[in-house]
Write a protein that binds this ligand. Structure first.
Ligand SMILES: [Zn+2]
Ligand SMILES: [Zn+2]
Length: 127
């Protein structure tokens, strides 16, 4: 049994796996259901329109998409800017191009420290 502070509302709760409390899980599930219902009726809506048409904020919607909890299939206008270059994207934090570039960079870093046991710690120093 582990007691933790909810990442979302700060309340103490009995942590079972997620880092948000059951009340927030329920809250988020309801918001997701609202967004999905809205998109079913308005498949061509953009994020601003969904935020206006529901009680979910723009940031929350983007967060859901980035976390992979809101999957977009036939919603071509549900785009938000890539964190790196600003290109409209529909999943993750980066657009397809930046994701590819970041993967290449990571690959290069990994190769540069093949003998390093600390791989995956995110520590990287330029020599
Ligand atoms: Zn909470
Ligand atoms: Zn990008």
């Amino acid at each position: 049994m582990a007691i933790a502070n909810c990442r979302r509302c700060g309340r103490l709760f009995n942590r079972v796996g997620r880092d948000i409390c059951p009340q927030c899980v329920k809250d988020e599930d309801e918001k997701l259901a609202t967004i999905r219902a809205y998109l079913r009726q308005h498949p061509l809506a953009n994020i601003y329109e969904v935020a206006n048409g529901t009680d979910v904020t723009y940031d929350e919607i983007v967060q859901f998409i980035r976390d992979g909890r809101l999957l977009l299939r036939n919603n071509p206008n549900m785009v938000y800017p890539c964190e790196r270059c600003g290109t409209p994207t529909q999943s993750g934090r980066l657009c397809a191009n930046c994701a590819k570039e970041m993967a290449r960079e990571l690959d290069r870093n990994a190769r540069g420290q093949e003998n390093d046991q600390g791989r995956g710690k995110g520590y990287y120093s330029k020599s």
